[in-house]
Ligand binder design. Sequence first.
Ligand code: NAP
Length: 238
Amino acid sequence: MATVLITGGSRGIGRACVEYFCNRGDRVAFLYRANEKAAREVSEKTGALGLCVDVSDPEAAIDAIDKVRREYGKIDVLVSNAGIAQIKLFTEITNEDWRHMIDTNLSGAFYVAREVAKDMISKQGGSIVFVGSMWGKVGASCEVHYSASKAALRGMTLALAKELGPSHITVNCVEPGVISTDMNASLDKETLNSLCDQTPLCRLGRAEEVADAIGFLTSPNASFITGQIIGVDGGFAL
Ligand code: NAP
């Protein structure tokens, strides 16, 4: 039974991960930013421990991770999933938009992974999976700050896999395509149809399909896989 920490576990892909690992019989804790109602539902359904913390606040993130350690012991698996998106013309992205995006999607992943890596190094084992995006690979028009934050996670994955490999820790990244979650709820039908048309598998993905890939990457079946960036995108980014 592993101790698993999932960031952004109250909704969407993170929630599917909480359910996946709870079904696998692990001790699961998740972080969320604000949505108490959604978090309570997840905890009531799965028994997972939910903690309200903004991952872009390094001190708060460390406090939350300490609470998880006190409750469940050292962390074996990290799913760094919390993220935000925004659609804006490049010239209209404000300094604040830029900072908020990078602070959440990149710095948040860094703060949490840095703290959790201490547990894994002391145990000489563990798995980290970053949730990037296919837009970090191919770039999304009108989402330059989002694409940049996700492209940076690729570099973090590769470098960290090399650094932590000798401590028997695997580090991988999944890059979802268009997945049916709240993040895409504001897209109109025409846009969603067009995105389906551009996806070789001709449909949107489900959060559970991303969770299955993450589950595999953290399982003994993937024990010799590290530093890999795996698209879970129906072939979109080919
Ligand atoms: P979502 O449904 O909008 O859920 C986002 C989750 O992240 C929520 O649990 C939210 O908490 C949490 N969160 C956001 N900012 C946070 C912060 N500062 N601190 C802590 N938690 C925070 O998103 P999703 O679609 O599941 O996306 C999950 C990840 O997959 C993101 O990194 C996203 O970029 C990536 N992704 C998604 C898609 C897609 O098509 N959906 C495609 C590619 C990549 P609250 O509930 O409290 O707000």
